[in-house]
Design a protein around this ligand. Sequence first.
Ligand code: CA
Length: 226
Amino acid sequence: MKTVLVVEDELKIARLVRDYLQQAGFAVLEAADGASALAMARSEKPDMVVLDLGLPEVDGLDVTRRLRAASAVPIIMLTARSEESDRIVGLELGADDYIVKPFSPKELVARIRAVLRRADATLGGGELVRAGPITIDIPKMRVTIGEDEVELTATEFQLLLTLARHPGRIYTRAQLLDALHGVSFESYERSVDAHVKNIRRKIEPDPRRPKMVLTVYGVGYKFADA
Ligand code: CA
């Protein structure tokens, strides 16, 4: 059974999410503030964190930053409609996905499953993908450039893998979201940009002049064709 840590200071929402996740077959841990969330993540090692960005004291972005510094645990942010810039920052800090309040618990469960599937993509096969200087070991979810291993989140890994499998092929943001979620949400297309920015920071010698993950203006992205 997968364990989800739900971090939410609004009791009503926390209960709703807890009940729904339990019905969906997840074990649920709860924290109502950032400090206890971080302590619980350390001691209980959940498989997933669902994190409200609007928390008292230590805010959700700080929690994201500190969680990411310590582990690759998948993070889905809960955000208010007005927090658009915060969710872009959250994605840049390495959160995997977000969902905007008010949300349907059913959609949250679908997102959790999609993100966990990506994180679990370690199973099966012995497949290697090579593109440019990059080697992607799919079962091990390991990306290397020469001898150096690159630490990517599950989302960044899936995005890079999608692009690198077909160098030269152009993907729209909606197609890349499809590869991540199985469903595309037009309003979320900007989140692809944040993930690409993270990937470039990690793999490109000069992230401002990318040689691997290239922008196709007005369309989307492609991996450089050799
Ligand atoms: Ca809140």
